[in-house]
Design a binder for this molecule. Structure first.
Ligand SMILES: *Cc1c(COP(=O)(O)O)cnc(C)c1O
Length: 384
């Protein structure tokens, strides 16, 4: 089977993980956690980075740091991996689902329209007029590595006292073009951002995540809550309810070695994206989705779009064909406003997300994908 997305270990992974075992520093203390945090700051330009046990843990704590309270509402895209939506519920807050744009990201224009038409400002906060709930935050997700269009949205949220918590789990290596948002890295535009180092991401630590922020108070609180809210570590004094969300030194060692290869992975993936685009361009009814031109994309995932009439097969037919040929391909995520825990939640004019969901397939995209495997995929696509 040609896998969809598996890690690629070509650097110092063995050496750094071995060092953890040899020295006994395998758990929540050791130099690699701090090295990883420092190197992520250097790679993204964030002032502070706080390593976490997972991207989901990072999102949970980031939302809490951003001030999301029980009963608040948080604007989320319907088309995303479900983790950021679940993180809203961990805090007993409610998601409000938003449509996506042509790059699969939360639609900025629609979000602005929602804010203008459906919210009012009271006592310095934004309230949803239909529900009376405070809108505390929005979670733009940089889906598939495509940078979300945050230029106007971040300003609109700032003026309304709505925190932007960016989910940059999939976009490590993606930064805006110099003319947009100062060329900054995704995850550093909002008040707080999150990364994931799960096994399928562009850089993996086995499992892990990172909270990014420029705000020293946010950084302190994130560190406090991810490490059991210790007020006196010697006497076991805790003035608040914390979590065991710290990354282990073993995971960080792997992450440090992987991060050293980020630029190389981005280059490989860009070349693969271009090769897929050229090959797919020759096939009637297929098209490879382009990333937005206002950013430099990490090309983490490739989105194949199918015009079922011209291609002669629909998405599910194509998925069957690829899977039968030993190629792991997948539809994009099931729209979250249809998922059982969220069926009764508010949503706003969701249209494009459904069209893209019906017509898109993710193709194998591992950095280690061989030329032979690439040809197998494109051959299988041709026989429509
Ligand atoms: C992977 C991912 C997460 C969750 O990260 P974990 O490290 O697996 O907990 C969150 N959001 C998005 C968009 C992701 O792709």
């Amino acid at each position: 089977m040609i896998p969809l997305s598996v890690p690629c270990f070509r650097g110092n992974e063995w050496a750094y993980v071995r060092e953890c075992l040899d020295t006994g520093w395998v758990s929540s203390a050791g130099k690699y956690v701090e090295v990883f945090e420092r190197n992520i700051c250097a790679a993204t330009g964030a002032k502070y980075a706080i390593a976490c046990a997972s991207g989901t843990a990072a999102l949970h704590v980031a939302l809490r740091v951003a001030g999301v309270m029980p009963g608040d509402e948080v604007i989320v895209p319907t088309l995303t991996f479900i983790a950021p939506v679940n993180a809203v519920r961990y805090l007993q807050a409610e998601p409000v689902f938003m449509d996506c744009d042509d790059f699969y990201n939360m639609d900025a224009e629609k979000t602005l329209a929602f804010l203008a038409e459906e919210t009012e400002q009271r006592d310095g906060h934004a309230f949803h007029v239909k529900t009376g709930r405070r809108i505390a935050a929005a979670i733009p997700v940089h889906v598939f590595g495509n940078a979300a269009d945050l230029a106007a949205l971040s300003e609109a949220c700032r003026t309304r006292n709505i925190r932007i918590v960016e989910d940059a789990s999939e976009s490590l290596g993606t930064r805006y073009a110099p003319s947009m948002l100062g060329g900054r890295h995704t995850g550093t535009i909002g008040e707080i951002g999150c990364l994931s180092f799960n096994g399928n991401k562009i850089v993996t630590s086995g499992g892990g995540g990172m909270i990014l922020t420029d705000n020293p108070d946010y950084a302190d609180r994130a560190r406090y809550w991810t490490t059991q809210a210790k007020d006196d570590a010697i006497r076991y004094i805790h003035h608040d309810v914390g979590y065991n969300y710290r990354m282990t030194n073993m995971a960080a060692a792997l992450g440090v070695a992987q991060l050293e290869q980020l630029d190389a992975f981005c280059e490989i993936k860009k070349a693969r994206f271009e090769a897929y685009r050229d090959a797919v361009g020759e096939i009637e009814g297929l098209n490879l989705a382009e990333p937005p031109s206002y950013a430099h994309c990490n090309h983490w995932f490739h989105c194949l779009q199918i015009d079922a009439e011209r291609y002669g097969t629909d998405r599910d037919g194509l998925l069957d064909r690829l899977n039968n040929a030993g190629i792991q391909a997948r539809p994009v995520w099931h729209p979250n406003h249809w998922q059982r825990p969220y069926r009764n939640c508010r949503r706003w004019r969701i249209e494009r997300a459904l069209r893209l969901w019906e017509t898109t397939v993710n193709l194998p995209c591992s950095a280690g994908l061989s030329d032979r495997q690439f040809e197998q995929v494109t051959e299988a696509l041709k026989h429509g």
